[in-house]
Ligand binder design. Structure first.
Ligand code: NAD
Ligand code: LMR
Length: 344
């Protein structure tokens, strides 16, 4: 029996993500919350002949808090793509003003109603929204760092796709053999592509120009989609796929399945809450506490992480990229944390 709640379920990501979750036979209840059209999306999905019972929750008015609470009651996993997406000319940080309070309020409801649920945060800027969530849960006294995940899987999906194109191999063959660490925005995104000897051998044939263009394309892949959609939003379908890929990992771990990937998918997490995380932060990350690393899951939570610097053959060039990433991350984390500590 697994209940999954999607907050922001009627949006560009929320709808295809909910569709993919409805197809997962492990999900017995799928609760869709949105401030608009959640009931319509739920009615639509409920006609699909898979076991998950789909329910839609939307508030009757601005003061109505019962819908969100009901959607969260007894849930095991909450996935949040609620909030506004970018338009051309904007950075993810420009979304902070609107999305910060959306995440703060949703996570407060999760903390009060379903404190044991795993929480996957998709809403941007992820580099700040995850620290916001952590701070809200801390304030409520229910923060479990093993169950709070910033979803950065789209960066890995892009890295696999773009690198496969350059190496002329199938994109699927790179899943679990390369990794992306850091944050989820521009130069905070750091692809690592030398961990597996076979991939490293092929990568060594790339020219410097090809490698630099690859790194830039992974770091700024989101801009490509924002530009192509020309005001109609950002990545939704590739994000629904990526969000589902990570949710599927969590669901599989809830069912007791162990990942067979050589390198598991990364997630942006609060390192000091995981065994060995404070050491990683102090020794390699200048004290930055939120960072995306490959995570090993067990029973719907983080069992351990892979220390990239000790296991994934990080090169000198990649170490420099990490140093750049840390600067941006430190600012975004401080901004997120201060937003909650400053509010009542
Ligand atoms: P969208 O506008 O299509 O959908 C957002 C949905 O959230 C809407 O249906 C809206 O009604 C709903 N919503 C707004 N406030 C809400 C609230 N308080 N409670 C519940 N629902 C609420 O946007 P989208 O394209 O689906 O993107 C959503 C977010 O995901 C954006 O912030 C975007 O930047 C982010 N995103 C993240 C990644 C990533 O890799 N982590 C990738 C793509 C997009
Ligand atoms: C992405 O990487 O596609 C998302 O973070 C959306 C965006 O704003 O680029």
């Amino acid at each position: 029996m697994v209940k999954v709640t999607v907050c922001g379920a009627a949006g560009g990501i929320g709808q295809p993500l909910s569709l993919l979750l409805k197809l997962n036979p492990q999900v017995t209840e799928l609760a869709l919350f949105d401030i608009v059209n959640a009931k319509g999306v739920a009615a639509d999905l409920s006609h699909i002949n898979t076991p998950a019972v789909v329910t839609g929750y939307q508030p009757a008015n601005k003061e109505d808090k019962t819908a969100v609470v009901e959607s969260l009651r007894g849930t095991d996993l909450v996935i949040i793509p609620a909030g506004v997406p970018r338009k051309p000319g904007m950075t993810r940080a420009d979304l902070f003003n609107i999305n910060a309070s959306i995440i703060r309020d949703l996570v407060a409801n999760i903390g009060r109603t379903a404190p044991n649920a795993a929480i996957l945060i998709i809403s941007n800027p992820v580099n700040s929204t995850v620290p916001i969530a952590a701070e809200v849960l801390k304030k409520l006294g229910v923060f479990n760092p093993k169950k709070l995940f910033g979803v950065t899987t789209l960066d890995s999906v892009r890295a696999e796709t773009f690198l496969a194109d350059l190496l002329n191999v199938s994109p699927g063959s790179l899943q679990g053999r390369i990794s992306v660490i850091g944050g989820h925005s521009g130069d905070t995104i750091v692809p690592l592509i030398n961990a597996s000897p076979e991939v490293a051998r092929k990568v060594s044939n790339l020219t410097t120009d090809q490698y630099n263009k690859f790194i830039n394309r992974v770091q700024y892949g989101g801009d490509e989609v924002v530009k192509a959609k020309n005001g109609a939003g950002s990545a939704t379908l590739s994000m629904a796929y990526a969000g589902y890929r990570f949710a599927e990992n969590v669901l599989a771990s809830l069912a007791g399945k162990e990942s067979t990937a050589a390198i598991p998918d990364s997630s942006y997490i609060y390192l000091p809450g995981i065994p060995g995380g404070k050491e990683l932060s102090t020794k390699y990350l200048k004290g930055v506490d939120f960072f995306s690393v490959p995570v090993v899951l067990e029973q719907g939570q983080i069992k351990s992480f892979i220390n990239p610097f000790e296991i994934l053959k990080v090169t000198e060039g990649e170490t420099k990229l990490v140093q750049v990433a840390l600067e941006g991350l430190a600012k975004s984390i401080d901004q997120g944390t201060a937003f909650v500590t400053a509010s009542k």
